[in-house]
Design a protein around this ligand. Sequence first.
Ligand code: MTE
Ligand code: MO
Length: 496
Amino acid sequence: KEGEPVIKFADVKQHNCIEKGIWVTYRDGVYDITKFVQNHPGGLERILKAASGQIDPFWAMYAQHNVASVKEILGEHRIGHLSEDEYKNLPPPFDPYQTDPKRDPALVIQAAKPFNAECPLSQLEKQEYLTPNPKFFVRNHLPVPTGDLVDPKKYALEIVPGEDEKPVRLTMADLQDEKRFKRRKVCAIVQCSGNRREDQNSVAQVEGLTWYTGAISCAEWEGVALRDVLEYVGVPSDLGMKSELEGEDEQLHLQMEGMDRPKVGEWRDTKGFYGASIPLAWAQDPRRDVILTFKMNGEPLPADHGAPLRCLVPGVAGARSVKWLSKLIVASEESQSHWQQNDYKAFNNSITWETADFTSLPAIQDMPVNSAISAPAAKSLVQLNAEGCVEMKGWAWSGGGRGIARVEVSADGHTWTEAELQRPEGQSLTRTWAWTLWKANIPVPPELQKPGKALTLMVKAVDANYNVQPESIESVWNIRGVLCNGWHKVHVTIQP
Ligand code: MTE
Ligand code: MO
């Protein structure tokens, strides 16, 4: 800051077009982004909305800016700063999150705007099969949509059954008409691909929310089968499968768009919606149980979880279960959204932000086997029972419908004890969407059975296809901190 000019906010406001130059402020810094705007990855139109004013509210919404590399780019264009007085007296930037719903104070907040919070350990520790709605983790990229858009009486889902085909609109009444669509219930977890990212941070800092083990929760979702709805609007039920048999280039996809869009003041970004896609074959496969859901644990779908309608895709990365669903499109390409193309991909651990080529890897879909310890909590004091054991509890889960074959715990990393499993009722090991909860009494080696001794407790799970969790976190480390599934460990101390 020293030696840098002090610039008046009124001056910044004057610089609002390419001819006069485009200036913006971020916090108290002033930046001349005239040269940069032409190359803005999000397009010229969007960045011009921020011209000659504070970019803080825009960056608050477009989460892709919250990475060090973007802040560095901005730094290169710095030309000065606002005086301390003027910065202090600027009206607070518009807060697009002011209309977000109230949340349960027990949720562990990782970011307030957009709202991101994990299921509290105290809830995971209870080992309730279904996570109560207020305790279900929340992962939002944008403000929760409000108003007519999400009013169930005015809501309509738009479906484009194929390229060059006319869109069909279905209201909530249409979707809930039991004569038209059979009701379905699916018990499934939603897990963010960034769950357990904290463990990757302990190897080296990664970009993303610092999730511990609670970016996962389980609910019973009720709604209608996506395949029934697609068939109803004229998509042949074997279209997706046939397209896959033709080969990769012919594969069809089901694109989903959310109603959550960036907004600043009166302006709404019409293109910046949250979007994702899955292969059409999965959307139509009765074994994959993809549903359009409007009820969660027997209650109307809460605002944070996508009311009035969400596409729930079991077995895959949470990112594909699009909330506040506005549109479904049968298309020859994947969703072109940022979250399908340039995020949620796991690189090898020597790839940096400079060398990352997002086109080189597939979007994360089916998730790998994972597990975590919910009790005892990390850094806690533990008591040994009469047999010299510590009681451990936790969850295990694998993607693609693969159930959990086995969960093992250890206090030394060499000898493993099998945990007792509470498997989801009525789900086969080849079509399991819910988690497997587990409990174990882990024997503590005699030399460690002393008050004040430090213990490392660990868990690994094996899924029905015998996929196992890797030992090291380092081996799966990646810049985005996704798919962290190395053995989960907690360090505890024996009660003095
Ligand atoms: N859908 C929309 N429309 N907007 C979002 O921000 N986040 C996705 C997915 N669906 C998201 C979305 C991500 S990354 C995850 S992990 C899950 O929703 C989280 O679901 P939950 O908030 O119900 O736990
Ligand atoms: Mo996610």
